[in-house]
Ligand binder design. Sequence first.
Ligand code: AMP
Length: 174
Amino acid sequence: MSKLLAESLVRDIPDFPKPGILFKDITPVVQNAAALREVIDEMAALTRPFKPDVVVGIEARGFLFGAPIALEHGTGFVPLRKLGKLPGNRIAEEYALEYGTNTVEIHDDAIEPGQRVLIVDDLLATGGTAAAAARLVERVGGIVAGFVFLAELDFLEGRTILDKYPVVSLLHFD
Ligand code: AMP
């Protein structure tokens, strides 16, 4: 694959949100029309073999990619949200982040038992968020068909805790 426009647009922000974290800012990618089209096309193409019935996006940057990828696959989109944001009956999973802890929730009726679920987020770091997302999907009866990320921080080896599942990332950073 030739070098992607998006790769040159991901911006490093040192010491955000905490000292010592090099934050990969993907906002320049989604604000560029050509890059946005490119990454949605590529992320949809990479995940077509997963044959998803539904796409789950992780709040908040996972929504930016998840909903358009769902449109490409002709599926619905399910938001996985931070603690206290979903209005209906929901279940929760807590997880450790590269910088702190967090809780994600899903509506308990969002996925039909046996549906194949593609989980989308902007970035794979330690994998804690993605693993919690997989636990939620499985607790409501879904089958995790795979994960797609815009970018992966390879040195954190987050994909090792997702080794039961197919994982694809468009961009890789050392
Ligand atoms: P993790 O659970 O460690 O894989 O962290 C993944 C989640 O935290 C994703 O939703 C990312 O948006 C965010 N995140 C973690 N580390 C970074 C980073 N260095 N740059 C940008 N986003 C990050």
